[in-house]
Design a protein around this ligand. Structure first.
Ligand SMILES: *Cc1c(COP(=O)(O)O)cnc(C)c1O
Length: 390
C-alpha cells in the first residue's frame, strides 16, 4: 500500500489480482453487450457469461446450471436462506431453521428476519470453545419440519474451519437441505461440492483477489428454492437483473486462480501465521488465541487481550501503520463485544479486547517482524488508555 504501511486485514477484503483485472477490462467498454440481447453484442456477452459459468462449475466440480451469479456473498446467503426457507414452507410446511451461533450477519440477520417477519423458528446449534460445530449436535436437532441447516465453512472472525462434509452427510441422510457460507473459506480451502456434499454454497469474489460486488451461489439440482429477486428470467429464474459481465468474468478468473494455487498459497502463509501466533502468545501477557489452534484458515490469526479495548488498539496500530481488524469489518466502531466471542462463552473483559490479523499474498516475513516489534507496546498502551476510561 502507501508508504511503509502494512495491510493485515485480508479477511475483510483483498486487492484485485492483476490477471483478474486484465480479464475483466474488455467487458467494460469494447464488449459491453447485454447477454439477454439477440444481436451479436448480446451474443458476445452471453458467451463470456457461459464461459465464466462453465469455469466456476469446473472449479466447484458441479454442473453449469447449478451456478447462480449474485451481487455479493451476502446476497448469496440471502438467496440460500430465504429461497430455501420459503420453498420448504410452501412445499412441506417446514418452519424450522438451524444455524450456528457464530455465523456472519449475512446469515444470522437473515435468519432473524425470517423469524420476525415470517414466523420461522430459528434454533442455534451449540459450538465448542473454538467455535466449531459438531455433526453429532446437528443430527440431534434435525426434525422432519426443518426447512434448512446453515453452517459456515470457515469463520471470518476467529478462523475456525468446520467439518462441513460430516455435517452435510448428516443432513443428506435426513433429506434436509444444507447450506454453507464459504465466503471466507474459498480463498484457501477446497471447494469441491461433491466431496463437501453440500446442497448450497455461497462465495464472494472480493475475499479471494476478485472484484467487490459479485458473488455466486451453488444450488444442487433438485434443491427446492424460490426466487428472492424477481423480474427477468436471468440465472435460471432465480435472480433477476442484467448480468454484470465484467465482474462475473472477474469472479471466475479469481476463483480459478485461488483453487489452482490453493496449496501453494496456504503453504506460504501458514508458517508466517504460526510464527505470529507463537510470538504474540509468548510475549504479550494475558493474551489468548481465539478460534481453533489447528483447524483454522491458513492466513488467519485472532486474539483477545484481557482488559484492553480492541478499538483503541486498532487505532493505535493504524497510527503506527498497521491495518488490522477486531473481528468482522462490519462491527468496527461498535463498542459491544462481538456476538461470536460471547457465543464461545468468553467473559466481557476478554471479549472487548479482540484483534484479528489476516495475512495475504503480498505479506512478507518483514511485515510480520515489524508488526511483532510494535504490538506488545501497543497492547500495553491500549490497556493503560482503557483503564483511564473505566
Ligand atoms: C465477507 C463475508 C460475507 C459477506 O460477503 P460480501 O461479499 O462482502 O457481501 C459473508 N460471510 C462471510 C463468512 C464473510 O467473510
Amino acid at each position: 500500500m502507501s508508504g511503509n504501511k502494512v495491510y493485515l486485514d485480508y479477511a475483510a477484503t483483498t486487492p484485485v489480482d492483476e490477471r483478474v483485472l486484465q480479464a475483466m477490462l474488455p467487458y467494460f467498454q469494447e464488449r459491453f453487450g447485454n447477454p439477454s440481447s439477440v444481436h451479436s453484442w448480446g451474443q458476445a456477452a452471453e458467451s463470456a457469461l457461459e464461459a465464466s459459468r462453465e469455469s466456476v462449475a469446473q472449479t466447484l466440480n458441479c454442473q453449469p446450471d447449478e451456478v447462480v451469479f449474485t451481487s455479493c456473498g451476502s446476497e448469496s446467503d440471502n438467496l440460500a436462506l430465504r429461497g430455501v426457507a420459503l420453498a420448504a414452507r410452501e412445499q412441506r410446511g417446514a418452519p424450522h431453521i438451524l444455524i450456528s451461533p457464530v455465523e456472519h450477519h449475512a446469515v444470522s440477520h437473515t435468519a432473524l428476519d425470517l423469524a420476525r417477519q415470517m414466523q420461522f423458528d430459528v434454533e442455534l446449534l451449540p459450538v465448542d470453545e473454538w467455535g466449531k460445530v459438531h455433526a453429532q449436535s446437528v443430527a440431534e436437532r434435525l426434525r422432519p419440519e426443518t426447512a434448512l441447516v446453515s453452517v459456515m465453512y470457515a469463520n471470518n472472525e476467529i478462523g475456525t474451519v468446520n467439518p462441513i462434509a460430516e455435517i452435510a452427510a448428516v443432513c443428506r441422510q435426513a433429506g434436509i437441505p444444507f447450506h454453507t457460507d464459504a465466503v471466507q473459506a474459498a480463498a484457501y480451502l477446497p471447494t469441491d461440492v461433491q466431496s463437501l456434499q453440500v446442497d448450497l454454497m455461497s462465495i464472494g469474489a472480493h475475499k479471494f483477489y476478485g472484484p467487490k460486488g459479485v458473488g455466486a451461489l451453488f444450488v444442487r439440482r433438485g434443491t427446492r428454492i424460490s426466487a428472492v429477486q424477481t423480474g427477468g428470467s436471468q440465472e435460471h429464474d432465480l435472480r433477476a437483473g442484467t448480468h454484470n459481465i465484467p465482474l462475473i468474468v472477474g469472479l471466475a478468473a479469481a476463483l480459478r486462480l485461488a483453487q489452482e494455487q490453493r496449496e501453494h498459497r496456504a503453504g506460504w502463509l501458514k508458517p508466517l501465521r504460526d510464527r505470529l501466533i507463537g510470538r504474540i502468545l509468548e510475549e504479550i501477557p494475558e493474551s489468548q488465541l481465539t478460534g481453533h489452534p489447528i483447524d483454522r484458515m491458513p492466513n488467519h490469526a485472532s486474539f483477545v487481550f484481557r482488559r484492553a479495548d480492541g478499538n483503541t488498539l486498532l487505532m493505535l496500530l493504524d497510527v503506527a501503520g498497521f491495518a488490522c481488524s477486531s473481528g468482522s469489518a462490519c462491527k468496527t466502531g461498535d463498542p459491544e463485544p462481538s456476538d461470536v466471542l460471547l457465543a464461545l462463552g468468553m467473559p466481557r473483559e476478554w471479549a472487548l479486547g479482540s484483534l484479528r490479523v489476516t495475512l495475504g499474498l503480498s505479506t512478507t516475513s518483514d511485515d510480520i517482524e515489524s508488526f511483532l516489534a510494535v504490538l506488545p507496546e501497543m497492547v500495553a498502551r491500549a490497556r493503560r488508555l482503557s483503564a483511564v476510561e473505566e
